[in-house]
Design a protein around this ligand. Sequence first.
Ligand SMILES: N[C@@H](CCC(=O)N[C@@H](CS)C(=O)NCC(=O)O)C(=O)O
Length: 203
Amino acid sequence: MKLYYYPGACSMAPHIVLNEAKLKFDLDQVDLAAKRTAAGEDYAAVNPKGYVPALKLDDGTVLTESGVICSYIADLRPRRGLAPKPRTPERYKLMEWMNFIASEIHKSLGAFFAFKQVMTPEWREAQLGYLGRRFDYLERALGSQQHLMGEFGIADAYLFTVLNWTHFHQIDVSRWPNIKAYMARIAARPSVKKAMKAEGLGK
Ligand SMILES: N[C@@H](CCC(=O)N[C@@H](CS)C(=O)NCC(=O)O)C(=O)O
């Protein structure tokens, strides 16, 4: 199994989940501009959408979309408890979180990378306001919980990965102390430290 990634991008979520699942995998860094991988593959052929992550299975099947890849990995090792069992109410609560993270947080924060060159101060303020309303909800939902849903799971790997981008864009999260504490807590996990180190981030 091979994970195509870019350092610190959303591909770090499945990277963390692979570490948590203790599965064997290869990593291949993608040059997103050139659409080539470090191992010399034509990434446009691997994932015609052009973005990371992609997971190539041993039979050649390629999975894309961060949430789907994380769910797939969790289901390979159900005993690790990274996702509730399929067809249970909890599984749908997990899907609710994964969709919220993908559509409300990932893409709102991703705009700070995608439109960096053209983002005016007014746009930045409006974007921060929009994101802030999602953070207000997250702050209340987290409360004093350690994780989004009981034990650590794929939603935490995904949420942490995208929240970590606040550091790249000088977005101060001190207004949301529960989110701030949550980020520090997840960052301290060995699986997260290992993924960040392998991607050349942090200490
Ligand atoms: N819907 C996709 C979005 C993936 C995405 O936005 N990837 C970013 C990095 S976080 C990327 O590769 N951007 C480069 C591009 O769009 O060309 C997912 O959830 O996996």
